[in-house]
Design a protein around this ligand. Structure first.
Ligand code: 2NE
Length: 316
């Protein structure tokens, strides 16, 4: 059963019920499609162990993989400020855990990865956390944190990745999508936009013309279309989504963690300007600290003597 979009004529297909228009999105949809997706299940692929106490997300670990799940399916996993604060905390947890080498970011259930900012808590000056007087854009800080995290982040996308949810998957390093995934920006429909990573990084993935099309027309794209335009890495049947994602994670976990760290920082350096270069430079400094040459400088200071750097080669 296909999922009808705004390009459809409005006639029933496949003998199913006539599509109806979602008044919020302007898209043609069928109740049957949603019910069919809800009946499909994603097979678990690891013995996930829950860690931490969260309200809007789940944080689980298994085999050196951390899985962060947006857990607000009643709003298609839209994020409110509290959700983003919790994801940020979970990412920090994953960063500090020396057993964790790869992070998966996903949404609860087969219907949506994430539908972006929760419009119910959108105030006149950003998204308003419970008890806060003014709104703000926590998601900006989260994007930067994801870019700086020295471990690969894999988006595992089932169903909708729209609005700020589509930007989240763009900011992830890799994306595995289910065959029911749908990608798109909605900002100009709801009076919003993301001109940061949501535009620039998207343009570097799919090209400037396609990126402008995605933002200017607010269409939705199937998983196959997203794959073809370079927006994602792989499409698999929904049922196999976690199995495939975990397979990719296991492959990365078998590789040198510092190589992966430096590679991520190198891509960021090319794309993020000085802040990206800063990350790569600090990674170089971290490696340098591990050398005898750098340790000679430290030891000489502590021992109140002149450092003997003469014993180290002047490398070509
Ligand atoms: C995701 C989508 C296409 C799903 O459509 P459908 O038909 O499967 O579900 P439905 O009926 O639209 O949604 C189910 C429930 O979830 C709520 C809906 O209001 C609905 O609630 P009830 O009527 O059952 O009470 N819901 C879904 N998305 C929500 C959201 N983002 N905020 C609050 N409630 C939401 C369809 O739901 C859709 O298009 N959603 C809106 C996508 C959107 O426009 N997101 C915001 C973009 S702006 C943004 O994310 C952003 C930014 O641009 C810059 C900075 C930060 C954030």
């Amino acid at each position: 059963m296909r999922h009808d979009t705004q390009h459809d004529s409005g006639r029933a297909r496949d003998g199913g019920p006539p599509p109806w228009r979602n008044y919020r999105t302007g898209l043609m949809q069928t109740q049957q499609w949603t019910e069919e997706q809800a009946r499909r299940g994603i097979r678990p692929a690891a013995g996930w162990r829950p860690v931490g106490e969260y309200d809007d997300i789940r944080y689980e670990v298994a085999e050196g993989i951390a899985k962060i799940t947006l857990d607000r399916p009643e709003v298609r996993n839209a994020f409110r400020p509290e959700t983003l604060v919790e994801i940020s905390d979970a990412l920090e947890r994953a960063r500090e855990d020396t057993e964790v080498g790869v992070v998966i970011l996903t949404g609860e259930g087969p219907i949506a990865f994430c539908s972006g900012g929760d419009q119910r808590v959108r105030g006149d000056s950003g998204y308003v956390a419970s008890g806060a007087a003014v709104g703000r854009f926590h998601v900006t800080d989260l994007h930067v944190q994801m870019r700086r995290l020295p471990k690969p982040i894999v988006a595992m996308v089932a169903g909708y990745a729209v609005g700020g949810g589509q930007v989240l998957q763009v900011v992830c390093d890799l994306t595995i999508a289910a065959d029911n995934a749908r990608f798109g920006q909605t900002g100009p429909k709801v009076g919003s936009f993301d001109g940061g990573f949501g535009a620039g990084l998207l343009a570097s993935l799919v090209g400037p013309k396609k990126a402008k099309e995605i933002w200017f027309l607010c269409r939705q794209y199937t998983a196959e279309e997203a794959l073809e335009m370079g927006l994602i890495n792989k499409v698999v049947p929904l049922e196999e989504l976690e199995e495939e994602t975990v397979r990719w994670c296991r492959e990365m976990l078998a590789l040198s963690p510092f190589s992966l760290r430096l590679l991520k920082a190198s891509f960021n350096a090319a794309e993020d300007g000085l802040s990206g270069i800063q990350q790569l430079a600090h990674d170089a400094n971290l490696l340098f600290y591990m050398s005898e040459e750098a340790q000679e400088g430290r030891d000489a200071y502590r021992e109140k003597r002149r450092p003997d750097f003469g014993k180290f080669p002047k490398r070509p």
